[in-house]
Design a protein around this ligand. Structure first.
Ligand code: GDP
Length: 661
């Protein structure tokens, strides 16, 4: 059934009233959002999903010219009976070869509007996409074959629709031809399934007796159902409400990336909901840093520049002040911020091979956030097919098994930014990654919104003291700064840092060494050596260093700080408070460090007595843009200190005397 890759094009461009670009990239265009209804077809395997979709495409003339004939001919040639599902297969095959079209989205059009089928049956990611929200539907067609009746997946899919908050559902009772178009059978099935749906809180108003294969009650009414007065499938779909425009919802702009050009920083992302305008005051969560939007960049749209952007657009913004923002942060307006919490409740569907366990760490992804989490408790487990519920006490279930739906309590390592799913679905939906695969998805409910205007104005804003940094510098005779040494264990960081401290002290400077071991004795005594803990270790040190430097001290740090990203965070933390940051790489080769081994740590690491030791079984990422590199294996400590002083002393001068002192 293979056809050429280009033959799909006439189909897309022939759809009345649609520009090709809006079809090829439905999410990037603005106008059509409200006109398109996204639907999903669900139901037990073999109950006729593909056939119904093929039939709908046929009835609505949505196939490229000649396609149906071509496939009928191919069937004849191979002596096969023609099936409408072949049409869908052919369409999908073409799309898979045509990379400009999202393979999970196909479209058809009725007189009223366009429909996007957000995933096709048989697609192996089908259920996963539905659960994870990779594809979110506005409405659903749930198929049940009349000859087989309500089956396991009919129930499970019904339950999942309710879980995902999809309220617009039409139940297609298919293969009515196989039960002689019996009204009695139809009504019995309807009663049984309505009962089930009621239990899951879903009210399906519409049950339509159809034959996808023969076409009865799909578009045209069937002569076989004089007893049926309701709508056909297509007119039922046309009666569904278009989704509330996400433009009307509060602003959520999850940051995807921050691009730096000289002094300019462009914060890039996709607006998930709401609108954003130049001049708007934004809050970035977590941490409630606020700043005003200076400009908005629309990339590659070719349209005239605008000083606003709306839901669905991928944009970049610049801010009037430089604040520290990174991937995962979510911008909102001050009046309507999201929730920020470590602990929350969720309904979760688990698809993983292994049980989801209470205790271990998993990765949770929500919008652009990626954060470690653990399951605190499994509060209720529901078998999605029988709806049997196990209410678990603390001593009971400590896991969620494959295909279970469960109510769980989760805890994240840092604050998670989210919304309740019923308020803002896209920000209330997360996935859990186990063993590098998406193994489950959930929706969050019951989170409490706090009025962050108070928090922001009372507690979180940075207070510039009455005494300025310049005044302190003039009094002290030098500026405060952070001198950040990085390098392997045994590279000489601490010795050089101590010697530098003595030298600066002799120069009558206020100086202090923040030593790695010392900090781990107190401030960071709760942290270990995993990548996450190392990251947090460095972040705290950077924050402390910033505060000390702001008080006028030259802070010298001597931490291995093996990750480039963490050092960049440290630099940003200082720079955001206008504090000079000097990164000094003590570049002693590993062999030399290992030979020195002043604390016998390499030996222990080689013997497996300690793990995650930098250079042995944990990486060290050498700096790319350090202010200074010291080849400490070739320099004495004194020579190293002299080199540092030569480079930094001129930069620590307080500047010219000012009249304000
Ligand atoms: P899916 O797994 O839900 O996508 O099911 P398919 O669309 O592949 O259909 C499974 C089988 O049921 C195919 O052999 C179809 O021809 C058949 N089928 C689908 N709809 C009807 C119908 O209305 N009447 C009859 N008799 N068979 C149908």
């Amino acid at each position: 059934m293979t056809t050429t890759a280009t033959s799909i094009q006439p189909q897309t461009s022939s759809v009345a009233g649609h520009s090709e670009s809006s079809i090829q990239n439905p999410e990037s265009s603005i106008a059509p959002e409200a006109q398109r209804l996204k639907i999903v077809f669900v139901g037990h395997v073999d109950h006729g999903k593909s056939t119904l979709i093929g039939r709908i495409f046929y009835d609505t003339n949505s196939f490229p010219d000649g396609k149906v004939e071509q496939i009928k001919k191919a069937c004849d040639a191979e002596g096969m009976e023609f099936e409408y599902s072949f049409l869908l297969d052919a369409l999908l095959e073409e799309q898979e070869q045509n990379i400009t079209i999202d393979t999970t989205q196909i479209q058809f059009r009725t007189e009223k509007r366009n429909y996007v089928i957000i995933d096709a049956p048989g697609h192996k990611e089908f259920l996963k996409n539905m659960i994870t929200g990779a594809a979110s539907a506005d409405a659903a067609v749930l198929l049940i074959a009349a000859n087989e009746g309500v089956r396991e997946q009919s129930r499970r899919h019904g339950y999942l629709l309710s879980l995902l908050g999809i309220k617009q559902v039409v139940v297609a009772v298919n293969k009515m031809d196989l039960v002689g178009w019996s009204q009695e059978k139809f009504e019995a099935l309807k009663t049984e399934y309505i009962d089930f749906l009621k239990q899951v809180g879903l009210e399906a108003k519409l049950f339509v007796p159809i034959s996808a294969r023969n076409g009865g009650n799909v578009q045209a009414r069937s002569e076989n159902t004089p007893w049926y007065t309701g709508p056909t499938i297509l007119s039922a779909l046309d009666h569904f409400q278009p989704p509330a425009s996400s433009r009307e919802l509060p602003l959520r702009f999850p940051v995807q990336d921050v691009y730096r050009f000289d002094d300019r920083r462009i914060i890039a992302g996709r607006i998930e909901s709401g609108t954003i305008k130049a001049g708007d005051k934004l809050i970035f969560s977590p941490n409630d840093k606020s700043a005003v939007v200076k400009s908005i960049e629309h990339w590659g749209t070719g349209s005239a520049p605008r000083d606003y952007a709306i839901a669905g657009e991928s944009i970049g913004i610049t801010l009037t002040e430089q604040i520290f923002v990174e991937r995962g942060h979510v911008a909102s307006h001050e009046s309507n911020p999201p929730i920020e919490a470590h602990r929350f409740k969720a309904n979760l569907f688990w698809m993983g091979k292994n049980h989801l366990q209470v205790g271990p760490r998993y990765k949770l992804k929500l919008a652009t956030q990626e954060i470690d989490c653990e399951i605190v408790s499994v509060d209720r487990v529901i078998d999605a097919s029988t709806l049997e519920t196990t209410t678990t006490g603390a001593e009971d279930r400590k896991y969620v098994a494959r295909n279970d739906v469960a109510e769980i309590t989760l805890q994240t390592r840092g604050p998670l930014v989210f919304d309740n799913h019923d308020v803002l679905p896209i920000m209330g939906r997360f996935v859990i990654v186990d063993d590098r695969n998406v193994a489950g998805g959930g929706i969050i409910f019951g989170g409490v919104y706090a009025d962050r205007r108070n928090i922001a104005s009372n507690n979180i804003y940075w207070h510039d003291g009455d005494i300025t940094a310049r005044q302190r510098a003039l009094r002290n005779g030098h500026k405060g700064a952070v001198v950040w040494f990085t390098g392997l264990s045994g590279s000489g960081k601490s010795s050089i840092a101590r010697a530098l401290e003595r030298e600066l002290f002799k120069h009558n400077m206020h100086v202090y060494v923040l030593d790695g071991d010392n900090v781990r004795h107190g401030l960071n005594s709760n942290l270990g050596f995993s990548p996450e803990d190392r990251e947090e270790n460095i972040r705290r040190v950077a924050e402390v260093a910033k505060l000390m430097a702001d008080s006028g001290v030259i802070v010298i740090t001597a931490f291995i700080s093996p990750y480039r990203k963490d050092r960049l965070v440290a630099r940003e933390i200082a720079r955001n408070s206008n504090i000079d940051f000097f990164e000094i790489y003590v570049a002693t080769p590993l062999e030399v460090c290992e030979k020195r081994d002043p604390k016998n740590l390499y030996k222990k690491a080689r013997a497996g007595e300690i793990t995650q030791f930098t250079g042995i079984d944990a990486p060290y990422e050498a700096p790319e843009n350090a202010e200074l590199i010291l080849h400490a294996d070739r320099l004495s400590v004194t020579e190293s200190v002299t080199t540092v002083l030569d480079n930094i002393l001129p930069l620590l001068a307080p500047g010219e005397a000012a009249f304000e002192i």
